[in-house]
Ligand binder design. Sequence first.
Ligand SMILES: C[S@@+](CC[C@H](N)C(=O)[O-])C[C@H]1O[C@@H](n2cnc3c(N)ncnc32)[C@H](O)[C@@H]1O
Length: 270
Amino acid sequence: MAERDYVLGTHDAELERLGLQHRLWRSRVLDAWRRARLGPGQTVLDVGAGPGYAALDLAEIVGRSGRVVALERSRRFLDALEARARARGLAQLEARELDVVSGDFGVLAADAAWCRWVLCFVSDPRAVLQRIGAALKPGGVAVFHEYLDYRAWALSPPCAPHQRFVDQVIASWRAEGGEPDIGRWLCRDLIAAGFRIESTRLHVEFVEPADPFWTWPIAYVEVGSARFVELGLMTAREAVELVAAVRAAEARPETRMLTPPVLEVIARRG
Ligand SMILES: C[S@@+](CC[C@H](N)C(=O)[O-])C[C@H]1O[C@@H](n2cnc3c(N)ncnc32)[C@H](O)[C@@H]1O
């Protein structure tokens, strides 16, 4: 079957970027899972798992008596996930090639679901929430991390090429049927899908270039602008100028960055 690509791509540089991103977010994610009471023996879904960096952590948490089902559309990402699971002997991690908008999850009475940076890319996020609800047992928990206000991502003092890039990112995701600020609708859509909101939390930082978290959004400037050149959405010269402008800002002692605000929602199926 042909690779099922999407706006960010499923190439090696993106696969690596997702790994870096997961490492930088890992402590926040583990904390969210702890508050949602994920634990040994549970069945957990990773909805839109990508190359499975989070799914591997989930497999360690549920242990051999549990089960993690990673649902993902990209065969390339699933191949990477399966290779890592084999290398680490995580037989409790199962990968399923599936479109989470239209495919049957094939799981009933799961204890928990994890879904990060997926609803912002799909044309029908409410259909995904319905499917998650149908796969969970009553009282099962779902944990989400999604963007809330993508345009808030900014360098300080402002950097015009970066701000143009942010606008291009928003436009490109919307052109593919996604909604970067899907977090704004998430509580409403979860309640409509039969969930009760247990907690919400906003993750946003104001960081200096030396902060390790700085590299999370900046890695996307580099990988994302190269992808835009490939898609014909940006010229190679614009991409070079963008990266140079960001690097120049990074070298100035006054520069800070407001990171893209990410909304965490923990919700339970009624
Ligand atoms: C930004 S990545 C996030 C991956 C992973 N959740 C993580 O946090 O690292 C978005 C993922 O959603 C997947 N995706 C997008 N639309 C999808 C769909 N309709 N069905 C299944 N997966 C989808 C992409 O292939 C990609 O792996």
